[in-house]
Each structure stands twice: as C-alpha cells, then as structure tokens.
Write a protein that binds this ligand. Structure first.
Ligand code: 5GP
Ligand code: ZN
Length: 134
C-alpha cells in the first residue's frame, strides 16, 4: 500500500473541494492554486506517471479531463485553460500519483509563460527518427 496524499483524498482521509467525481476519476481544487479554479484531475487507480499508464486508462482519463475543462470554462469567466501534466521530478512533479492540472486563464494574466525556444541548432531529422523508432 503506497503512502499517497492523492489516494488519501480519494478515500476521504484528507478533505478536498471536489468539483467532479465518478467511478474512475476525481477532480478537486488545488490547495495552492496559481489561478482561481485551478483544478486537479486524477484517476482513482494509483499510478505514478504517464510511463506507468495503461494507454487505454490514460485515454479514458484524458476524456474526463476534457469534461472537467468544459465545466470550468462554463462556470468561470475565463478566456482559456492550460492543461498540464508533469511526469518525473525534473518536470516539476511533486505528487507521484498521476494528475492533470487545469488552470483557468485570463488575457494577459501572466500566470504561466514558456521560456524561449531552445536556441541551438536542432537536428530535427535525428530526433524524430530516434523517437519514432523507440
Ligand atoms: P505536481 O507538481 O506534482 O504536478 O503538482 C502537485 C499539486 O498538488 C500542487 O499544485 C499542489 O499544490 C497540489 N497539492 C499537494 N498536496 C495537496 C493536498 O493535500 N490537497 C490539494 N487539494 N492539493 C494538493
Ligand atoms: Zn495515489
């Protein structure tokens, strides 16, 4: 049995502000929101990252992410939503129970910006081949 904060939230051992729940997923407000309505969508089945995911389960989870994104978009006065999903410490993952961040955005809110594109010359052919062959 893993000691997991999100499993405890699913089991009701840790309280949360739920916004959607069904047999397979739970969506609840992030305790440290970067924007009003910042929501996390998690599978009830515990797995750590996309690398551990059954592709079919991950597909079903993604469908529920779309459902919750539409609910947020209908409920809140937002101009857009970022959907983020971190995998591994280097990516910023802190809680190792797979989850999607849904972050409502307003025009020019400055909440999230991506750094400049990588400057060095990229060998696109080589990298595309490497990934497609893997
Ligand atoms: P990560 O960095 O792993 O992608 O994101 C984990 C998220 O979980 C963070 O945004 C953090 O604020 C949120 N979080 C961590 N602990 C709790 C908790 O106990 N309750 C809720 N609602 N969110 C949490
Ligand atoms: Zn868990």
């Amino acid at each position: 049995m893993v000691d997991c904060i999100f499993c405890k939230i699913i089991n009701g051992d840790i309280p949360s502000y739920k916004v959607y729940e069904d047999e397979e997923v739970l969506a609840f407000l992030d305790i440290n929101p970067v924007a009003l309505g910042h929501t996390l969508v998690i599978p009830k089945e515990h797995y750590e990252t996309v690398f551990d995911a059954q592709e079919e389960s991950f597909g079903k989870l993604s469908a529920k992410v779309a459902k919750v994104a539409k609910k947020i978009n209908n409920a809140l006065d937002c101009d857009g939503i970022n959907i983020l999903q971190n995998n591994g410490k280097a990516s910023g993952q802190v809680i190792f129970h797979v989850h999607f961040h849904l972050i409502p955005r307003k025009e020019d809110d400055g909440v999230l910006t991506f750094p400049n594109v990588i400057g060095e010359k990229v060998n696109f052919e080589e990298i595309a081949k490497k990934i497609s062959k893997a």
